[in-house]
Design a protein around this ligand. Structure first.
Ligand code: SF4
Length: 398
């Protein structure tokens, strides 16, 4: 069984295909999102700050910012990707600088606690048999004056989560487990997230029961990943940062089109087909609405004039006026009473039919007994199907 990390598990949850391409197929990409690059630079700078403080050296703010700038310049590479057109590399660099400044003003001279280690690697197992192995890095582990411990995590994201989110966060809770596996006598651990862009810390803790639940959930997730045979793409806002659009059936066409000049773009066969389809669909919608209106007018005319047949120049219509018996549909309120009455009378089999759509769903979910599913599947067959859904491009996709 491979060693898992929190980010590996998160990638699987975000998109199974991305997980497969990255962790199973090990397809390397040299691109790096600017947000991740910025995060790395800020982490390195704060690491320097605490590593110096451990040696009793309190680094000055100008010196720390200069370290940040030099590290930024040295580490910048051509494959750093900036997706927002209106924001430059300099904007991001300045943003990181501001985060360090505010953090410095709040925490200098960095002696509120004792740093045990920065960028501390943790390897630990979720279970006693060491089958489910995990790894991770703690940004900083510290001990406070009252004998408690703190696991610190620096966040450079532009989103400040709510308390409830951090109370359910998996990453630092797993690190708590890792720390307690290494030092079983440590009982009092706080999890601290430093949201640097907001000059805001969020603090949480986990009980033994919460850690036991987390262990069970994580073990289950690893079992799911290990037994997965299919890794479908799962589109979400994470696609904007995905490094595999060229290998993803859900994004490849978008990726190909983006790189074409406008004159070639409009001639690309896929673009031509979609444009034509959208045009026809719009016309069909308008025609459908118009047909309904004309049909209503024909019925109205026939009723008014007392006729059941009418003619045009090359065609004619027949209008049939009728009354028919109708019972409530599945979603109507009175349906339950009707069903009960028929069941009570023992006549259900005379009027009911197998709901094959429900059967397909149940077989797919695997909620029935295996033997029964095998029996049912003797009558089922796999047919290739396809559907085409047309929708408007979202903002940023056009
Ligand atoms: S582009 Fe989106 S759907 Fe495709 S692999 Fe990446 S994250 Fe998954």
């Amino acid at each position: 069984m491979p060693i898992y990390s929190h980010s590996q598990l998160s990638v699987y949850e975000q998109c199974p295909l991305k997980y497969k391409l990255h962790y199973r197929d090990k397809i390397e990409r040299d691109t790096e999102g600017v947000e991740a690059f910025l995060g790395n630079m800020v982490h390195e700078t704060l690491r320097k700050c605490y590593d110096d403080a451990r040696l009793t050296r309190v680094i000055s703010l100008p010196e720390l910012l200069s370290f940040y700038d030099i590290t930024w310049q040295k580490s910048w590479h051509d494959a750093v990707v900036i997706t927002r057109e209106d924001v430059t590399r300099e904007h991001y660099q300045a943003l990181g600088k501001r985060m360090i400044e505010t953090y410095y003003h709040r925490y200098a001279p960095f002696n509120a606690d004792i740093t045990i280690q920065t960028e501390m690697r943790l390897n630990f197992a979720l279970d006693k048999g060491s089958r489910y192995k995990m790894t991770g890095f703690i940004d900083r582990l510290s001990r406070t004056g009252d004998g408690g411990y703190q696991i610190h995590d620096y966040k450079t994201s532009a989103h400040l989560p709510g308390q409830e989110n951090v109370d359910h966060d998996r990453q630092l809770a797993l690190y708590q487990l890792g720390v307690q596996r290494r030092w079983p006598d440590i009982k009092d651990i706080k999890l601290v997230w430093h949201y640097l862009a907001f000059d805001r810390d969020l603090v949480s803790s986990r009980s033994d029961e919460a850690i036991a639940r987390l262990t069970a959930d994580t073990t289950r997730l690893i079992d799911e990943i290990e037994s997965a045979l299919e890794f479908p793409p799962k589109e979400s806002s994470y696609c904007d940062w995905c490094e595999y659009p060229d290998l993803c059936p859900a994004r490849r066409h978008f990726h190909v089109i983006e790189s074409l000049p406008p004159n070639e773009y409009l001639k690309e066969p896929g673009v031509v087909l979609i444009n034509r389809y959208a045009e026809l669909k719009e016309q069909a919608g308008t025609i459908g609405e118009e047909m309904d209106k004309v049909k209503e007018a024909i019925v109205e005319y026939a009723r008014r004039e007392g006729v059941t047949a009418m003619r045009g120049t090359g065609s004619k219509v027949r209008v049939k006026f009728d009354s028919r018996l109708r019972f409530p549909g599945k979603s109507e309120a009175e349906r339950g009473g009707l069903d009960d009455a028929i069941v009570r009378a023992g006549k259900w089999m005379e009027v009911s039919q197998l709901d094959t759509a429900a059967l397909t769903r149940i077989v797919g979910e695997g909620s029935w007994d295996r033997k029964l599913v095998e029996e049912v599947m003797k009558y089922g067959r796999i047919e290739d199907t396809s559907s085409v859904y047309l929708s408007k491009l979202k903002e940023g996709e056009d």
